[in-house]
Design a protein around this ligand. Structure first.
Ligand code: COA
Length: 322
């Protein structure tokens, strides 16, 4: 049987750090409010001359290094992003050019904060059906470009960054199962209302940025993460206590804690970066994962659960042995 496994991980965070105290100076908020409601302390923000592809490229190079591969070994590039460099070409094609390679497939996917687990689902199926041996899956975002810095209800929540993995063909799993879902009826609760085909209307400028009903999103996120965890474990006949690590999407510390509690996971077994990175959407899981691999917490052979939830709503999970 052919399976896929994660051969390398990488990540990149822009140099500029914006703390909650920095935000206090430009909007009516406080470090105490932000930490209490979200767990966030600081976030990284891309420089004016940095685009999503810059962040993605740096993360991809680290993942290739760890996998011991050259860029030419890559058969497919998938980038999950809600903040592409341009309308087209896709950011994956830009990264391909900047990796110095030609010919392999390269495309972007848009599944908001669930984009990375959607990407893993596609990449795993691509490898298992003989489509290629090495797939680069990247989550990369410059959400600061979609942030209304005059809206304190959203501006404090998001950050920029990128994470990447190389998924590689192998004869034992690796990726055990992937699960992706969506329910489009929740469009109004979390969105950027303006867009290409609807047209941009400068008299509705605030609508070119993230808008959210935080309370409603919070409730749906907690319920949905619980159901996707149960679906994933049941499908594989795995007891939640067998999990070594839980790597959730990093949106809010209270959502993470609630999801961990339902899984009966002690917080020492949950990878948390939301305090340092804020919500980096599709980049948050691969970023958190790379941090924990590189600091030695997550080790080869351990059983991991990735879980994501985002606009759409979209949600999904990956169960894997690292
Ligand atoms: N600083 C200070 N006060 C703020 C604030 C800020 N940055 N943002 C909102 N407030 C105020 C509100 O105006 C409100 O004041 P009021 O009671 O006078 O009207 C009060 O704080 C409570 O707001 P509320 O929205 O009820 O707070 P909350 O406990 O629900 O926390 C979120 C708000 C956004 C942190 C929380 O709902 C959340 O995290 N939701 C999920 C968001 C998310 O994860 N989205 C991405 C999913 S991928």
């Amino acid at each position: 049987m052919t399976y896929s496994r994660i051969a390398g991980t990488g990540s990149y965070l822009p140099e500029k750090v914006v703390t909650n105290s920095d935000l206090e100076k430009v909007m009516d908020t406080s470090d105490e409010w932000i930490q209490e409601r979200t767990g966030i302390k600081r976030r990284h923000i891309a420089a004016d001359d940095q685009a999503t592809s810059d962040l993605a490229l740096a993360a991809a190079n680290e993942a290739l290094d760890m996998a011991g591969l050259a860029a030419e070994d890559i058969d497919l590039i998938i980038i999950a992003t809600t903040t592409p460099d341009k309308v087209f070409p896709g950011t994956a094609c830009i990264v391909q050019r900047r990796l110095g390679i030609r010919g392999c497939g390269a495309f972007d996917i848009q599944a908001a904060c669930s984009g990375f687990v959607y990407g893993l689902d596609l990449a795993d199926r691509h490898i298992r059906t003989g489509g290629g041996k090495n797939v680069l899956v990247i989550g990369a975002e410059t959400l600061s470009r979609l942030t209304n810095w005059e809206d304190r209800t959203t501006a404090v929540l998001f950050g920029d960054g990128a994470g990447a993995v190389v998924l590689q063909e192998t004869d034992e799993p690796g990726i055990i199962s992937t699960h992706i879902h969506a329910d489009g009826q929740y469009e109004d609760l979390l969105q950027v209302p303006q867009g290409v085909s609807q047209g941009y209307d400068i008299t509705r400028a605030g609508e070119a940025f993230i808008q959210m009903n935080g309370n409603a999103v919070f409730r749906r996120a907690v319920a949905t993460l619980d159901s996707i965890a149960r679906e994933t474990l049941d499908k594989n006949n795995i007891d939640k206590h067998d999990l070594d690590w839980f790597v959730p999407h990093q949106a809010n510390m209270r959502i993470i804690t609630a999801a961990a509690k339902k899984l009966d996971m002690p917080m020492e077994r949950v990878i948390v970066t939301v305090d340092e990175h804020a919500n980096t959407s599709a980049a948050s899981i691969p970023l958190a994962f790379d941090v924990a691999v590189r600091d030695g917490r997550i080790k080869r052979g351990e059983l991991l659960l990735f879980e994501a939830f985002g606009a759409g709503f979209t949600w999904g999970s990956t169960l894997l042995r690292f």
